[in-house]
Design a protein around this ligand. Structure first.
Ligand SMILES: NC(=O)C1=CN([C@@H]2O[C@H](COP(=O)(O)OP(=O)(O)OC[C@H]3O[C@@H](n4cnc5c(N)ncnc54)[C@H](O)[C@@H]3O)[C@@H](O)[C@H]2O)[C@@H](O)CC1
Ligand SMILES: Nc1ncnc2c1ncn2[C@@H]1O[C@H](COP(=O)(O)OP(=O)(O)O)[C@@H](O)[C@H]1O
Ligand SMILES: [K+]
Length: 470
């Protein structure tokens, strides 16, 4: 079962890899027209009703393919300014603009429906917004009143709203969509339209769809607060986590550190809030934050155990890295679905007592409900329900500190309201692409400062890609 946003993610990955989604639309139209021809034969009275988005475009290609062997009519309902999506425009040119019936009135639509044996429903797909208003609600009602066979493309138009087409069959692409069942979709036929494993099961630019946009009129605090308790033994590691977390664009980052090292942190992180650790401060900051990180450069001490246990008790979204993973190995009963663990293979073995591989990561996630990001030349991210592989990066990333950057970045993303799984996938992807960018510029001669310095540019490249293609 695929959520709509996951469909978007896959589309963006496809677009990044192949440049153009039109071939998918052509394949979608081919899948639907073949289904109809196989089931109903030729010389039928077919009415295709398309909306203004890409679902409508799939309908237009379907109409194009069925046109020569049937008595076919194509209606296109445009947006109020007369436009349709850019892919649909290409589909319209292919069909022949002058033969398309644009925005007919409801009476004419009713008449065309009554004259048809087969109706192809391509009004809305996964891009539907609630509520469905006139004229769409009436068109959907008319379709449901007709005696014709109704075939929906991808999803019954209006699914999930109060006005939904009730088709005899739905031809859907890649996977069954969220909310679909035989009762609301008729017989469900899943067709592969050319999306391959890489676009589905591997991290890619499409993972940016889960990154919450910055609201133009936002106010302080709205974009999340990060709490970091790290670097108590190795201050450098702690500072890197904070610098990395900034790239997720949270509003506030607070570090709690021991009194003895607070001056060092204040100097190195002059633009961030550095507080002195004590039990009361920790309690207050844990209450305020949206996500918390502990572990990197922390050392294992009485206080660090206290911190890790307090984080567990807080119920906040949390990232456990490095020493915190060692501590949590003794407290597995406290693990829950708000937690992300970012072990390399040795830490994984300590945490789980099993060999570091995909299967064991999945088993552990299922058992404890948490997300695991198992680091290596290829990162494996799993929450037990889904697993994504994140490939790439640079061999130079084996240097110390890249794990701290990754943990900080993931925490920042979780504070921005992302769930642990999608934060881990995007964090790993951006971190690795950032390493690739630097390797391209400097071969292996770069360090963690360089990674932190260029992360914003790497992020932006993918952010802009999503924004400019939405
Ligand atoms: N990777 C895939 O699976 C592919 C998906 N494609 C198709 O693309 C569809 C998604 O396309 P889109 O994202 O363009 O979205 P849709 O085509 O589902 O709908 C969006 C359009 O409908 C309008 N709209 C939405 N809700 C409305 C409402 N309540 N009242 C009036 N107008 C409304 C929007 O303004 C927009 O123009 C999928 O369902 C599928 O059919 C295909 O083109 C091929 C590839
Ligand atoms: N040889 C490598 N090739 C590509 N990416 C790597 C390599 N080594 C580490 N990375 C990446 O660097 C990040 C940090 O991993 P790692 O170095 O294992 O963490 P740590 O700093 O905790 O040891 C991960 O995203 C990982 O994929
Ligand atoms: K549809």
């Amino acid at each position: 079962m695929m959520e709509n946003i996951e469909g978007k993610r896959i589309d963006f990955n496809y677009k990044w890899n192949h440049g153009d989604l039109f071939i998918l639309m052509e394949n979608a139209g081919k899948a639907v027209s073949e289904y109809i021809t196989e089931k109903y034969g030729k010389n039928r009275n077919i009415l295709v009703i398309s909306g203004s988005g890409n679902n409508g475009g799939d309908g237009i290609i379907t109409a194009h393919n069925l046109d020569s062997d049937n008595n076919l009519k194509l209606i296109v309902m445009t947006r109020s300014d007369g436009s349709v999506s850019s892919l649909s425009r290409r589909a319209m040119e292919k069909f022949g603009n002058d033969r398309i019936i644009k925005n007919p009135n409801t009476g004419d639509i009713r008449k065309m429906i009554s004259e048809s044996d087969i109706i192809v429903d391509a009004i809305f797909g996964t891009g539907i917004r609630d509520p469905v208003k006139e004229p769409y609600s009436s068109i959907i009602e008319e379709i449901n009143l007709s005696r014709a066979e109704v075939i929906s493309i991808d999803v019954p138009s209006g699914l999930g709203t109060s006005h939904s087409v009730l088709p005899d069959a739905t031809v859907t692409f890649t996977d069954v969509k969220e909310g679909m069942n035989e009762k609301n979709s008729g017989s469900i036929n899943v067709r592969n339209i050319g999306i391959d494993e890489r676009e589905i099961n591997y991290a890619g630019p499409g993972d940016m769809v889960y990154f919450p946009k910055i609201e133009k009129n936002g106010h302080k605090g709205q974009n999340g607060k990060v709490l970091i308790m790290a670097g108590w033994k190795f201050t450098g590691a702690g500072c890197m986590t904070a610098r990395a977390a900034e790239n997720a664009l949270p509003d506030l980052i607070t570090m709690l550190v021991p009194k003895a090292s607070s001056t060092i942190f204040s100097i190195k992180l002059e633009d961030q809030i550095v507080g002195v650790f004590n039990s009361l401060n920790m309690k207050n900051e844990l209450e305020k934050c949206n996500a918390v990180l502990t572990g990197p450069g922390m050392g294992i001490s009485e206080d660090s155990v206290k911190v890790v246990l307090a984080v567990c008790k807080s119920g906040k979204k949390a990232v456990f890295d490095a020493d915190a993973i060692h501590i949590m190995a003794e407290h597995r009963d406290l693990i829950n679905q708000n937690m992300l663990f970012t072990p390399h293979s040795h830490e994984f073995e300590v945490l789980t007592g099993t060999e570091a591989n995909r299967e064991n990561a999945e088993k552990f996630s299922v058992k404890y409900g948490c997300t695991i990001l198992l680091k290596g030349p290829a990162d494996i991210i799993t929450n037990g329900k889904k697993t994504v592989i994140s490939e790439g990066g640079s061999p130079r990333m084996a240097m110390g500190g890249t794990g701290d950057i990754l943990a900080g970045l993931c925490t920042g993303l979780m504070a921005r309201n992302m769930d642990p799984f999608h934060a881990a996938v995007l964090g790993s992807f951006i971190n690795k692409k950032n390493g690739e960018r630097l390797e391209k510029e400097r071969s292996y001669w770069f360090n963690t400062y360089d990674l932190l310095g260029s992360m914003g540019r790497t992020f932006r490249e993918y952010y802009d890609f999503i924004i400019s293609n939405e």
